[in-house]
Design a protein around this ligand. Structure first.
Ligand SMILES: C[S@@+](CC[C@H](N)C(=O)[O-])C[C@H]1O[C@@H](n2cnc3c(N)ncnc32)[C@H](O)[C@@H]1O
Length: 363
């Protein structure tokens, strides 16, 4: 079995590669061309094309960090299973004009082009944009162009777009994108919520935009006005060192698998602006769900225990237990049951449409 066969099998097994055209696109586009300058490996070292395990390292269901600045990842090729879910939700047809925000390596743009779309991808970093353009050319992709710009602007001169896909975490949807979207267009974007960026889809309808939640996700955050903080922002992720830990407190919630844990997380964050993430807690996933106030926090573990930290930790633990019990009493709605209303906010010179109201509208 080749690396690419294993890669496709892994994506199939994870249940996200249900669309035949998308499976063909994943087989046709060589990911290694888009990460040829290397990426950060799981051990923190740099994996380059000269390393013997390069092909196996490329063809994994993992995000590959391709640029680091000050120790922080600033560009990457996203996790393929997440890309597959977002591309499926984007519902691309051949001939669609697609705007991507966050070109990164250019790999997602190449997949879109392989689906028959005409792609414009916008990247804020000059060197990253140049590398993505060069990789697309090396891969022989003719249906995608890279533009160096802030994604808030979109690409007004190339509008309208049938689809807009955002591959960097944003606080909300740029007002400029609405003007560039067709009357029945779709936007798929990871939008800040509770310290993560669950992917939301907005479909334009005659009755106004219809926003639904697709899946949990954690992305790097956008530069500039797309990630403006606002009165409804949740606290940023809580990084170590954490305040002193107190003995765990039981809750009514027991042994959630990670999918259901994220259902609870979304619901808690919809109701309480103190909800955020503790990325270091479950390093192999998206971190842990926490209720935070300066100096104290309470963390919900997937096994149902709540861990208080700091002087007000016990009060926060009891608030978190109440949020979890409320979610259970409402029938433990899944993430996909929520609809979201949007309201304008952010930088007045560069407004964005922010999640403003949450309601469970589906079973
Ligand atoms: C996770 S990577 C995108 C992955 C990419 N689609 C791929 O297939 O490789 C996020 C990218 O968004 C870019 N970015 C961050 N803020 C941006 C902004 N305001 N406008 C456009 N691009 C931005 C980053 O520089 C980074 O390259």
């Amino acid at each position: 079995m080749t690396s690419i066969d294993r890669y496709l099998a892994e994506l199939h097994t994870s249940g996200v590669l249900t669309d035949a055209a998308l499976a063909r696109a994943f087989r046709a586009v060589p990911r290694e061309i888009f990460v040829a300058a290397g990426f950060r490996g799981p051990d923190g070292g740099w994996t380059t094309a000269d390393d013997p395990g390069f092909q196996d390292a490329v063809y994994r269901n993992a995000a590959l960090v391709t640029k680091v600045h000050g120790g922080e990842p600033v560009s990457s090729s996203s996790q393929p299973s997440l890309m597959a879910q977002m591309l499926t939700a984007l519902d691309v047809a051949p001939g669609h004009r697609v705007l991507e925000i966050g070109a990164g390596t250019g790999y997602n743009a190449a997949l879109l082009a392989a689906l028959g779309a005409d792609v414009t991808t916008v990247e804020v970093q000059e060197d990253v944009a140049a590398a993505a353009g060069a990789a697309l050319a090396r891969a022989g992709v003719t249906g995608a162009r890279v533009r160096r710009a802030d994604g808030w602007d979109g690409a007004p001169d190339l509008a309208p777009f049938d689809r807009i896909i955002v591959t960097v975490g944003v606080a909300g949807f740029s007002a400029a994108w609405w003007e560039q979207l067709t009357a029945d267009g779709v936007v798929v974007a990871p939008v800040a919520h509770g310290g993560l960026q669950p992917v939301m889809t907005v479909r334009r309808t005659p009755d106004g935009p219809r926003t639904r939640v697709l899946c949990p996700a954690g992305f790097m955050t956008a530069a500039g006005p797309l990630f403006a903080r606002h009165p409804g922002s949740h606290p940023p992720p809580v990084l170590p060192p954490l305040p002193a830990e107190l003995p765990p407190v039981p809750s009514t919630v027991l042994d959630l698998d990670l999918r259901v844990y994220h259902d609870l997380w979304f619901a808690a964050a919809a109701q309480d602006r103190r909800v955020t993430s503790v990325p270091a807690l479950l390093a192999d996933h998206l971190g842990g769900l926490a209720l935070f106030e300066p100096g104290s926090l309470a963390i919900m573990l997937p096994d149902g225990r709540i861990r208080p930290h700091g002087p007000d930790g016990e009060r926060l633990a009891s608030d978190l237990a109440a949020l979890a019990a409320g979610w259970q009493a409402a029938g433990s709605p899944p993430l996909s049951a929520w609809s979201v209303t949007l309201a304008p906010g952010g930088d007045p010179a560069h407004p964005i449409w922010l999640p403003a109201g949450f309601a469970v509208t589906a079973g």
